[in-house]
Design a binder for this molecule. Sequence first.
Ligand code: DAH
Length: 364
Amino acid sequence: MTTMDPSVGTDRARALFDEELAGVTSAAALQDLRNRWMARSGSWVAAFMELVASAPPDQKRALGRGANTLKKHVEAALAEREAALAATRRPAGAVDITLPGRAPRLGCRHPLSLIREEIGAIFSRLGYQVLEGPEIEDDYHNFEALNMPADHPARDMQDTLYLETPLTPAAGDPPTRGLAPRAPQPLTLLRTHTSAMQIRQMERHDPPVRLVAIGPVYRRDSLDLTHTPMFHQVEGLVVGRGVTLADLKGTLLSMATALFGPGQDVRFRPSFFPYTEPSAEVDIRCIRCNGGGCPMCKRTGWLEILGSGMVHPAVFEYVGYDPDEVTGFAFGMGIERVALLKWGVEDIRLFYENDLRFLEQFGR
Ligand code: DAH
Protein backbone atom coordinates (compact mmCIF):
# COMPACT_ATOMS: atom_id res chain seq x y z
CA MET A 1 0.00 0.00 0.00
CA THR A 2 1.32 3.44 -0.90
CA THR A 3 1.61 6.33 1.48
CA MET A 4 -0.32 9.21 0.17
CA ASP A 5 1.97 11.93 -1.16
CA PRO A 6 0.66 14.17 -3.97
CA SER A 7 4.09 15.75 -4.43
CA VAL A 8 5.04 12.74 -6.56
CA GLY A 9 2.83 14.15 -9.33
CA THR A 10 -0.18 12.72 -11.11
CA ASP A 11 1.74 10.47 -13.52
CA ARG A 12 3.56 8.69 -10.72
CA ALA A 13 0.32 8.56 -8.69
CA ARG A 14 -1.44 6.89 -11.60
CA ALA A 15 1.30 4.25 -11.88
CA LEU A 16 1.03 3.60 -8.14
CA PHE A 17 -2.73 3.25 -8.41
CA ASP A 18 -2.45 0.78 -11.29
CA GLU A 19 -0.02 -1.30 -9.29
CA GLU A 20 -2.35 -1.44 -6.31
CA LEU A 21 -5.34 -2.22 -8.46
CA ALA A 22 -3.52 -5.15 -10.01
CA GLY A 23 -3.25 -6.74 -6.55
CA VAL A 24 -6.99 -6.44 -5.79
CA THR A 25 -8.87 -9.74 -5.82
CA SER A 26 -11.82 -9.14 -3.53
CA ALA A 27 -14.71 -6.74 -3.23
CA ALA A 28 -13.45 -5.69 0.22
CA ALA A 29 -9.98 -4.84 -1.10
CA LEU A 30 -11.54 -2.91 -3.95
CA GLN A 31 -13.64 -0.88 -1.52
CA ASP A 32 -10.55 -0.14 0.52
CA LEU A 33 -8.71 1.00 -2.59
CA ARG A 34 -11.65 3.20 -3.58
CA ASN A 35 -11.66 4.83 -0.13
CA ARG A 36 -8.00 5.61 -0.20
CA TRP A 37 -8.08 7.03 -3.73
CA MET A 38 -11.50 8.58 -4.12
CA ALA A 39 -12.86 9.57 -0.67
CA ARG A 40 -14.07 13.15 -0.43
CA SER A 41 -11.35 13.94 2.10
CA GLY A 42 -8.02 12.37 2.89
CA SER A 43 -7.72 10.44 -0.39
CA TRP A 44 -5.17 10.77 -3.18
CA VAL A 45 -7.64 12.45 -5.52
CA ALA A 46 -8.87 14.78 -2.76
CA ALA A 47 -5.27 15.78 -2.03
CA PHE A 48 -4.63 16.62 -5.70
CA MET A 49 -7.85 18.68 -5.79
CA GLU A 50 -6.71 20.63 -2.72
CA LEU A 51 -3.37 21.21 -4.43
CA VAL A 52 -5.18 22.63 -7.45
CA ALA A 53 -7.32 24.87 -5.25
CA SER A 54 -4.35 26.34 -3.47
CA ALA A 55 -2.13 26.71 -6.55
CA PRO A 56 -1.17 30.12 -7.98
CA PRO A 57 -3.56 31.14 -10.81
CA ASP A 58 -1.07 30.59 -13.59
CA GLN A 59 -0.54 26.93 -12.58
CA LYS A 60 -4.17 26.07 -11.80
CA ARG A 61 -5.11 25.10 -15.32
CA ALA A 62 -2.30 22.60 -15.92
CA LEU A 63 -2.55 21.14 -12.43
CA GLY A 64 -6.33 20.91 -12.73
CA ARG A 65 -6.12 19.03 -16.02
CA GLY A 66 -3.65 16.51 -14.53
CA ALA A 67 -5.80 15.98 -11.42
CA ASN A 68 -8.97 15.49 -13.47
CA THR A 69 -7.31 13.00 -15.78
CA LEU A 70 -6.11 11.03 -12.78
CA LYS A 71 -9.55 11.14 -11.20
CA LYS A 72 -11.26 9.89 -14.37
CA HIS A 73 -8.70 7.15 -14.77
CA VAL A 74 -9.16 5.99 -11.16
CA GLU A 75 -12.95 6.10 -11.44
CA ALA A 76 -13.04 4.19 -14.70
CA ALA A 77 -10.53 1.58 -13.55
CA LEU A 78 -12.43 1.02 -10.26
CA ALA A 79 -15.72 0.63 -12.10
CA GLU A 80 -14.23 -1.80 -14.56
CA ARG A 81 -12.71 -3.96 -11.82
CA GLU A 82 -15.93 -3.85 -9.85
CA ALA A 83 -17.83 -5.19 -12.83
CA ALA A 84 -15.23 -7.90 -13.37
CA LEU A 85 -15.47 -9.00 -9.74
CA ALA A 86 -19.27 -9.01 -9.85
CA ALA A 87 -19.22 -11.25 -12.90
CA THR A 88 -17.28 -13.92 -11.04
CA ARG A 89 -19.31 -13.69 -7.81
CA ARG A 90 -21.77 -16.51 -7.01
CA PRO A 91 -25.36 -15.23 -7.00
CA ALA A 92 -27.04 -15.42 -3.59
CA GLY A 93 -28.49 -18.87 -2.94
CA ALA A 94 -26.57 -20.43 -5.80
CA VAL A 95 -25.50 -24.05 -5.59
CA ASP A 96 -21.84 -24.87 -5.77
CA ILE A 97 -21.91 -27.74 -8.18
CA THR A 98 -18.28 -28.56 -7.49
CA LEU A 99 -19.03 -29.64 -3.90
CA PRO A 100 -19.15 -33.41 -3.33
CA GLY A 101 -22.77 -34.60 -3.24
CA ARG A 102 -24.60 -35.89 -0.22
CA ALA A 103 -24.91 -39.61 -0.83
CA PRO A 104 -28.51 -40.75 -0.39
CA ARG A 105 -28.71 -43.52 2.18
CA LEU A 106 -29.60 -46.71 0.39
CA GLY A 107 -31.55 -49.45 2.08
CA CYS A 108 -30.43 -53.04 1.93
CA ARG A 109 -32.11 -56.41 1.86
CA HIS A 110 -32.96 -57.84 5.25
CA PRO A 111 -30.84 -60.93 5.95
CA LEU A 112 -33.95 -63.07 6.38
CA SER A 113 -35.26 -61.86 3.02
CA LEU A 114 -31.94 -62.84 1.47
CA ILE A 115 -32.19 -66.40 2.82
CA ARG A 116 -35.83 -66.61 1.87
CA GLU A 117 -35.08 -65.55 -1.69
CA GLU A 118 -32.09 -67.83 -1.92
CA ILE A 119 -34.16 -70.84 -0.84
CA GLY A 120 -36.94 -69.86 -3.24
CA ALA A 121 -34.41 -69.64 -6.07
CA ILE A 122 -32.83 -73.01 -5.21
CA PHE A 123 -36.18 -74.77 -5.39
CA SER A 124 -37.36 -72.85 -8.45
CA ARG A 125 -34.33 -74.20 -10.26
CA LEU A 126 -35.37 -77.69 -9.18
CA GLY A 127 -38.80 -77.14 -10.72
CA TYR A 128 -40.76 -76.44 -7.53
CA GLN A 129 -43.67 -74.08 -7.26
CA VAL A 130 -42.89 -71.35 -4.69
CA LEU A 131 -45.93 -70.35 -2.58
CA GLU A 132 -46.68 -68.28 0.49
CA GLY A 133 -50.20 -68.95 1.71
CA PRO A 134 -52.34 -67.41 4.46
CA GLU A 135 -50.95 -66.65 7.91
CA ILE A 136 -54.37 -66.84 9.53
CA GLU A 137 -55.58 -70.40 9.34
CA ASP A 138 -58.36 -72.69 10.33
CA ASP A 139 -57.96 -75.67 12.56
CA TYR A 140 -58.57 -78.09 9.71
CA HIS A 141 -55.56 -77.06 7.61
CA ASN A 142 -53.18 -76.34 10.45
CA PHE A 143 -53.95 -79.50 12.45
CA GLU A 144 -56.73 -81.89 11.53
CA ALA A 145 -55.86 -82.72 7.94
CA LEU A 146 -52.23 -83.09 9.01
CA ASN A 147 -53.36 -86.07 11.06
CA MET A 148 -53.56 -84.15 14.33
CA PRO A 149 -57.00 -84.99 15.68
CA ALA A 150 -58.96 -82.84 18.09
CA ASP A 151 -57.19 -84.02 21.22
CA HIS A 152 -53.69 -83.72 19.77
CA PRO A 153 -51.28 -81.96 22.13
CA ALA A 154 -49.92 -79.72 19.36
CA ARG A 155 -53.20 -77.78 19.52
CA ASP A 156 -52.50 -76.82 23.08
CA MET A 157 -53.17 -73.20 24.03
CA GLN A 158 -49.62 -73.22 25.36
CA ASP A 159 -48.24 -73.40 21.83
CA THR A 160 -50.80 -71.91 19.50
CA LEU A 161 -51.90 -68.30 19.17
CA TYR A 162 -55.66 -68.25 18.74
CA LEU A 163 -57.65 -65.28 17.53
CA GLU A 164 -59.96 -63.71 20.08
CA THR A 165 -62.59 -63.32 17.37
CA PRO A 166 -62.43 -65.89 14.58
CA LEU A 167 -62.63 -64.54 11.05
CA THR A 168 -64.95 -65.68 8.30
CA PRO A 169 -62.88 -66.87 5.36
CA ALA A 170 -63.31 -65.10 2.05
CA ALA A 171 -65.69 -67.06 -0.13
CA GLY A 172 -63.28 -68.42 -2.70
CA ASP A 173 -63.49 -71.52 -4.83
CA PRO A 174 -64.04 -74.51 -2.56
CA PRO A 175 -61.37 -77.22 -2.58
CA THR A 176 -61.84 -79.53 -5.52
CA ARG A 177 -61.09 -82.72 -3.62
CA GLY A 178 -60.57 -84.34 -0.26
CA LEU A 179 -62.36 -84.28 3.06
CA ALA A 180 -62.25 -80.52 3.66
CA PRO A 181 -65.52 -79.37 5.24
CA ARG A 182 -67.56 -78.02 2.33
CA ALA A 183 -68.53 -74.95 4.30
CA PRO A 184 -65.17 -73.25 4.90
CA GLN A 185 -64.19 -73.24 8.55
CA PRO A 186 -63.77 -70.06 10.58
CA LEU A 187 -60.18 -68.86 10.75
CA THR A 188 -59.29 -69.27 14.39
CA LEU A 189 -55.51 -69.21 14.69
CA LEU A 190 -52.17 -67.96 13.41
CA ARG A 191 -50.54 -70.84 11.56
CA THR A 192 -48.03 -72.62 13.75
CA HIS A 193 -46.21 -74.07 10.76
CA THR A 194 -46.16 -73.82 6.99
CA SER A 195 -47.26 -77.48 6.82
CA ALA A 196 -50.82 -76.16 6.47
CA MET A 197 -49.89 -75.28 2.89
CA GLN A 198 -49.37 -78.95 2.08
CA ILE A 199 -53.07 -79.50 2.62
CA ARG A 200 -54.19 -76.31 0.86
CA GLN A 201 -52.24 -77.20 -2.25
CA MET A 202 -53.11 -80.89 -2.40
CA GLU A 203 -56.85 -80.38 -1.93
CA ARG A 204 -56.86 -78.10 -4.99
CA HIS A 205 -54.51 -79.95 -7.31
CA ASP A 206 -54.06 -83.48 -8.57
CA PRO A 207 -50.70 -85.10 -8.09
CA PRO A 208 -47.89 -84.70 -8.96
CA VAL A 209 -47.12 -81.86 -6.56
CA ARG A 210 -43.80 -80.15 -6.03
CA LEU A 211 -43.93 -77.07 -3.84
CA VAL A 212 -42.12 -74.98 -1.31
CA ALA A 213 -44.16 -72.64 0.89
CA ILE A 214 -42.18 -69.88 2.56
CA GLY A 215 -43.44 -67.43 5.13
CA PRO A 216 -44.09 -66.40 8.72
CA VAL A 217 -45.40 -68.77 11.38
CA TYR A 218 -46.41 -68.02 14.96
CA ARG A 219 -46.02 -69.71 18.33
CA ARG A 220 -46.57 -68.80 21.94
CA ASP A 221 -42.88 -68.51 22.68
CA SER A 222 -41.20 -65.82 24.68
CA LEU A 223 -38.21 -64.06 23.23
CA ASP A 224 -34.81 -65.54 23.95
CA LEU A 225 -31.58 -66.30 22.10
CA THR A 226 -33.23 -68.88 19.84
CA HIS A 227 -36.98 -68.17 20.01
CA THR A 228 -39.29 -65.48 18.70
CA PRO A 229 -43.10 -65.69 18.71
CA MET A 230 -43.00 -65.09 14.96
CA PHE A 231 -40.45 -66.72 12.74
CA HIS A 232 -40.25 -68.05 9.20
CA GLN A 233 -40.39 -71.51 7.77
CA VAL A 234 -39.94 -73.12 4.43
CA GLU A 235 -42.09 -76.14 3.77
CA GLY A 236 -41.32 -78.62 1.03
CA LEU A 237 -43.70 -81.17 -0.44
CA VAL A 238 -43.19 -83.56 -3.31
CA VAL A 239 -45.88 -86.07 -4.22
CA GLY A 240 -46.02 -88.40 -7.17
CA ARG A 241 -45.60 -91.98 -8.24
CA GLY A 242 -42.58 -93.71 -6.76
CA VAL A 243 -41.26 -90.80 -4.67
CA THR A 244 -38.90 -92.30 -2.09
CA LEU A 245 -36.87 -91.47 0.99
CA ALA A 246 -33.82 -91.45 -1.29
CA ASP A 247 -35.39 -88.57 -3.24
CA LEU A 248 -35.86 -86.72 0.04
CA LYS A 249 -32.27 -87.26 1.04
CA GLY A 250 -30.92 -86.24 -2.36
CA THR A 251 -33.08 -83.12 -2.39
CA LEU A 252 -31.99 -82.07 1.08
CA LEU A 253 -28.35 -82.68 0.23
CA SER A 254 -28.54 -80.46 -2.82
CA MET A 255 -30.33 -77.78 -0.79
CA ALA A 256 -27.64 -77.94 1.92
CA THR A 257 -24.93 -77.72 -0.73
CA ALA A 258 -26.57 -74.74 -2.40
CA LEU A 259 -26.99 -72.97 0.95
CA PHE A 260 -23.75 -73.80 2.70
CA GLY A 261 -21.34 -74.71 -0.09
CA PRO A 262 -19.80 -77.90 -1.43
CA GLY A 263 -18.69 -80.78 0.79
CA GLN A 264 -21.99 -80.93 2.65
CA ASP A 265 -23.41 -84.08 4.11
CA VAL A 266 -26.80 -84.83 5.68
CA ARG A 267 -27.84 -87.46 8.17
CA PHE A 268 -31.27 -88.66 9.21
CA ARG A 269 -32.27 -89.33 12.80
CA PRO A 270 -35.57 -91.15 13.43
CA SER A 271 -38.19 -88.81 14.82
CA PHE A 272 -41.94 -88.35 15.01
CA PHE A 273 -44.37 -86.05 13.24
CA PRO A 274 -48.05 -86.96 12.93
CA TYR A 275 -48.10 -86.15 9.21
CA THR A 276 -45.09 -88.21 8.13
CA GLU A 277 -44.19 -91.86 8.45
CA PRO A 278 -41.35 -92.56 8.77
CA SER A 279 -40.21 -89.20 10.15
CA ALA A 280 -36.70 -87.92 10.51
CA GLU A 281 -34.86 -85.00 11.91
CA VAL A 282 -32.12 -84.00 9.55
CA ASP A 283 -28.67 -82.79 10.49
CA ILE A 284 -26.09 -81.22 8.21
CA ARG A 285 -22.37 -81.54 8.75
CA CYS A 286 -21.24 -78.71 11.00
CA ILE A 287 -20.41 -75.80 8.71
CA ARG A 288 -17.91 -74.34 11.16
CA CYS A 289 -15.73 -77.34 12.03
CA ASN A 290 -16.70 -79.52 9.09
CA GLY A 291 -17.51 -82.39 11.43
CA GLY A 292 -14.47 -82.22 13.68
CA GLY A 293 -16.44 -80.97 16.67
CA CYS A 294 -16.70 -77.37 17.91
CA PRO A 295 -18.81 -75.29 20.28
CA MET A 296 -21.29 -74.46 17.50
CA CYS A 297 -22.22 -78.13 17.01
CA LYS A 298 -21.73 -78.95 20.70
CA ARG A 299 -18.83 -81.20 19.65
CA THR A 300 -21.12 -83.55 17.73
CA GLY A 301 -19.94 -82.50 14.27
CA TRP A 302 -23.58 -82.12 13.17
CA LEU A 303 -26.17 -79.34 13.20
CA GLU A 304 -29.88 -80.02 13.35
CA ILE A 305 -31.54 -78.19 10.50
CA LEU A 306 -35.04 -79.49 9.77
CA GLY A 307 -37.82 -82.01 10.23
CA SER A 308 -38.97 -84.27 7.43
CA GLY A 309 -40.45 -87.58 6.43
CA MET A 310 -42.59 -89.52 3.98
CA VAL A 311 -46.13 -88.15 3.80
CA HIS A 312 -48.44 -90.16 6.06
CA PRO A 313 -51.13 -92.12 4.19
CA ALA A 314 -53.73 -90.55 6.48
CA VAL A 315 -52.81 -87.11 5.09
CA PHE A 316 -53.37 -88.39 1.56
CA GLU A 317 -56.81 -89.62 2.66
CA TYR A 318 -57.68 -86.15 3.90
CA VAL A 319 -56.83 -84.52 0.58
CA GLY A 320 -58.33 -87.27 -1.54
CA TYR A 321 -55.12 -88.76 -2.90
CA ASP A 322 -54.85 -92.53 -3.18
CA PRO A 323 -52.01 -93.71 -0.92
CA ASP A 324 -51.70 -96.84 -3.04
CA GLU A 325 -51.02 -94.71 -6.10
CA VAL A 326 -48.74 -91.96 -4.85
CA THR A 327 -46.08 -91.41 -2.24
CA GLY A 328 -44.45 -88.21 -1.16
CA PHE A 329 -41.92 -86.55 1.06
CA ALA A 330 -42.19 -83.38 3.08
CA PHE A 331 -39.86 -81.23 5.09
CA GLY A 332 -40.04 -78.08 7.20
CA MET A 333 -37.13 -75.81 8.02
CA GLY A 334 -36.73 -72.60 10.01
CA ILE A 335 -35.35 -69.71 7.96
CA GLU A 336 -33.94 -67.98 11.05
CA ARG A 337 -32.14 -71.18 11.98
CA VAL A 338 -30.44 -71.22 8.57
CA ALA A 339 -29.48 -67.55 8.94
CA LEU A 340 -28.07 -68.11 12.44
CA LEU A 341 -25.95 -71.00 11.23
CA LYS A 342 -24.87 -69.51 7.92
CA TRP A 343 -23.61 -66.25 9.43
CA GLY A 344 -22.73 -67.47 12.91
CA VAL A 345 -25.21 -65.07 14.54
CA GLU A 346 -25.75 -65.96 18.17
CA ASP A 347 -28.95 -64.13 19.02
CA ILE A 348 -32.08 -64.48 16.88
CA ARG A 349 -33.46 -61.21 18.26
CA LEU A 350 -30.88 -59.27 16.25
CA PHE A 351 -32.92 -60.03 13.13
CA TYR A 352 -35.86 -58.11 14.57
CA GLU A 353 -34.27 -55.17 16.35
CA ASN A 354 -33.78 -53.05 13.23
CA ASP A 355 -30.28 -52.00 14.16
CA LEU A 356 -28.91 -50.90 10.80
CA ARG A 357 -25.33 -51.60 11.88
CA PHE A 358 -26.31 -55.25 12.13
CA LEU A 359 -28.69 -55.46 9.19
CA GLU A 360 -26.35 -53.77 6.69
CA GLN A 361 -23.71 -56.48 6.94
CA PHE A 362 -25.37 -59.08 4.79
CA GLY A 363 -25.41 -57.57 1.31
CA ARG A 364 -27.58 -55.36 -0.79
N1 DAH B 1 -44.04 -78.64 10.86
C1 DAH B 1 -42.82 -78.99 11.57
C2 DAH B 1 -42.48 -77.91 12.57
O1 DAH B 1 -43.06 -76.87 12.51
C3 DAH B 1 -41.67 -79.17 10.62
C4 DAH B 1 -41.89 -80.33 9.72
C5 DAH B 1 -41.52 -81.58 10.12
C6 DAH B 1 -42.47 -80.15 8.50
C7 DAH B 1 -41.68 -82.67 9.32
C8 DAH B 1 -42.66 -81.24 7.66
C9 DAH B 1 -42.25 -82.49 8.08
O2 DAH B 1 -43.20 -81.13 6.44
O3 DAH B 1 -42.42 -83.55 7.26
O4 DAH B 1 -41.64 -78.11 13.40
